[in-house]
Design a protein around this ligand. Structure first.
Ligand code: NAD
Length: 325
């Protein structure tokens, strides 16, 4: 049993979070994560409309009576996104925990707070964490350079980012980026976090609503199987290495590429097809170097129980080692 400020303040059994993942954060996965005692997030923008999001929250509520949340990501997109309507849908659906990401959540906070919603802001730098704390966020999820998706532009890895953030930020902090097993959880706690976030690891679970070929590819891939795209557009994203992501990196390396030059290759709709059809070379899909730690496709319950069991053994082992020296 590992209780932290995070588990206590958010009413979660274990200090493990399944953070927002576009196309992956659907009811099947989030309910399984919740039933396993961890905190899962549906991704608002995975649903084509705010009305669909309300239905997806309802579907998840039918599968679990444990807490779960919704992620609202605010990043550049190929089509305009009606953020206010998604925010309203989150509030109307009765959700009590929201993960914001990608940009300053200030415009959304007053309505979330008025509805009694706790907000965890996903940050990629200490200055963003300080800002989140100053505007009233309840916790931060600190995303190191290791993470899949958008790691920001500072390239600071978690061995430095987390303790520096801990020294300066008082609200609870979840460690995110590069975490996939019990060793990661114990390290996250040692570095000053009150829990760890896993994205890539939760994709390779039985309940993740993506094609089995993608899960198998993640088992086969090593920690080297990622690319950084959009570096030249200052919208860096760490994604699985495949022919499409390598082509994007190649185009950017020539210099002067605009989003219009890349749009066809990087479109989220194409990435969605990867997860639906299992053709891992069809489009861009997010994954981190945690792929190197993935050797199986367990249920969420098996994964969470294994991590908690092994984390307890590691902590006990460290205590024995230090008392016998
Ligand atoms: P999309 O199809 O609109 O865009 C595809 C990709 O191109 C996204 O990564 C987007 O950020 C990027 N992009 C679009 N316009 C851009 C511009 N003008 N300049 C620079 N980059 C640009 O997006 P989608 O796949 O439908 O996803 C919807 C939202 O979810 C986007 O905001 C996206 O960034 C986000 N997302 C987050 C993750 C994550 O891991 N956190 C993964 C996939 C998508």
């Amino acid at each position: 049993m590992i209780a932290t400020r995070f588990t206590e303040e958010f009413g979660i059994q274990y200090p493990i979070v399944q953070g927002g993942m576009q196309w992956v954060g659907r009811a099947e996965l989030v309910a399984a994560v919740a039933n396993a005692g961890a905190l899962g997030f549906l991704t608002a923008l995975t649903q084509p409309t705010p009305e669909d999001l309300v239905k997806e929250v309802g579907r998840c509520q039918d599968m679990t009576d444990k807490p779960f949340g919704v992620n609202l990501t605010i990043l550049p997109s190929l089509k305009p996104i009606p953020y206010e309507e998604y925010r309203q849908a989150i509030i109307e659906s009765g959700i009590k925990i929201v993960e914001t990401a990608g940009n300053n959540p200030a415009p959304h906070l007053p309505d979330f707070k008025a509805a009694g919603i706790k907000v965890i802001h996903k940050c990629t730098s200490v200055r963003h964490g300080l800002k989140a704390e100053s505007i009233g966020c309840d916790a931060i999820s600190m995303d190191g350079f290791e993470c899949a998706g958008h790691p920001g532009e500072d390239d600071v890895t978690n061995l430095v980012l987390l303790p520096v953030a801990r020294d300066k930020i008082k609200i609870p902090m979840i460690a995110s980026g590069g975490f996939g097993d019990a060793r990661g959880l114990v390290a996250a706690l040692a570095l000053g976090a009150e829990g760890m976030n896993m994205g890539t690891r939760f994709m390779a679970t039985q309940e993740a609503p993506i094609h089995g070929n993608v899960k198998q590819q993640m088992v086969e891939n090593t920690e080297l199987a990622t690319e950084l795209i959009f570096r030249t557009l200052r919208n860096t994203a760490r994604v699985a290495s495949n022919s499409v992501s390598r082509e994007v990196v190649g185009i950017e390396a020539k210099g002067g590429a605009t989003i219009d030059d890349l749009a066809d290759l990087v479109s989220g709709q194409r990435g969605r097809k990867v997860f639906e059809t299992g053709d891992t070379e069809y489009g861009i899909w997010s994954a981190s170097g945690v792929q190197g730690l993935i050797n199986d496709v367990p249920t969420c319950q098996e994964l969470v129980e294994r991590i908690m069991q092994e984390a307890g053994e590691i902590i006990q082992g460290l205590q024995i080692a230090t008392t016998t020296v």
